[in-house]
Design a protein around this ligand. Structure first.
Ligand code: NAD
Length: 262
């Protein structure tokens, strides 16, 4: 089982990262949370996750800004120092910016590439020596359906997520004989706080009911017309981090209701 293992989940004060951290803690994995937000809420969420964790697993928090390489190095060192090992790294921190390419702000391009793509490199770079020394490790990169196919007006996001998929393949090859696997999970739309906010705004802006926004606008590309649930992502995560996942490396696996089959 996963009992006694240690995970770092970047961008886990909200949404998918928080859901996956919770799922791991529920299996007895000690977790280092990371991400932005109100300090009081972050601490309350951390404490709640720790008290619902299985088998005395601990839940800590590190506030590294994932656009800053030195802070990312400190995040991985913190986990190793506190727990003496690192079994699972989930590179999940991310953000979106939507604009036509000829109007795309330079600083937004740089920020998305830094937080989505470069942070995955920096965290992996520092986690790999620890995992190699253990002879086992699991690196999971939260890419996106947009790591496999594109949409307009999301040039930085799509480029960064395709980059994450390429980085996943390259590092998986390097580590293939080390006991460390590297895989990307590519979700379709997940109803995170960020997406939920868009639904209300779009309904108001377009003067149409919420259900129509969900089906016609948000889930336009997703054939099953249903959001991906955290449990569906956790199911794949549990497989990848288990011993049954030992032969699965260098993959980019969609969990997208059929989106990338179309
Ligand atoms: P979210 O906004 O709910 O969570 C993002 C997390 O990243 C938060 O904890 C935030 O604080 C953190 N973060 C952002 N910038 C950071 C920085 N500079 N340093 C540290 N932490 C930072 O978003 P989400 O929907 O849960 O997305 C999580 C990941 O899943 C992202 O990589 C996103 O691209 C990907 N994803 C989301 C969806 C979706 O439909 N929601 C679909 C596919 C992929």
């Amino acid at each position: 089982g996963l009992q006694g293992q240690v995970a770092v989940v970047t961008g886990s004060t909200s949404g998918i990262g928080q859901g996956l951290a919770q799922a791991l803690a529920g299996q007895g994995v000690s977790v280092v949370l990371n991400g932005f937000g109100d300090p009081a809420k972050i601490e309350a969420d951390r404490a709640a996750m720790e008290s619902s964790a299985a088998g005395g697993a601990r839940v800590l928090y590190h506030g590294a800004d994932m656009s800053k390489p030195a802070e990312i190095a400190d995040l991985i060192a913190f986990a190793h120092r506190e727990f003496g090992r690192l079994d699972i790294l989930i590179n999940n921190a991310g953000l979106q910016h939507v604009a036509p390419v000829d109007e795309f702000p330079d600083e937004k391009w740089d920020l998305l590439i830094a937080v989505i793509l470069s942070s995955t490199f920096h965290a992996t770079k520092h986690a790999v020596p620890i995992m190699k020394a253990q002879g086992r490790g699991r690196i999971i990169n939260l890419a996106s359906a947009h790591g496999l196919v594109a949409s307009p007006f999301k040039s930085a996001y799509v480029a960064a997520k395709h980059g994450v998929v390429g980085f996943t393949k390259s590092t998986a090859l390097e580590l293939a004989r080390s006991g460390v696997t590297v895989n990307a999970i590519c979700p379709g739309y997940v109803k995170t706080p960020l997406v939920e906010m868009q639904i209300g705004d779009q309904a108001k802006a377009r003067g149409i009911p919420v259900e129509r926004v969900v089906e016609d606008v948000i889930l336009a590309a997703q054939p099953n017309k249903a959001f991906v649930e955290y449990e569906h992502l956790a199911g794949l995560l549990f497989y990848l981090v288990s011993d049954m996942g030992a032969s699965t490396t260098g993959t980019a696996l969609p969990v997208d209701g059929g989106w990338t089959a179309a």
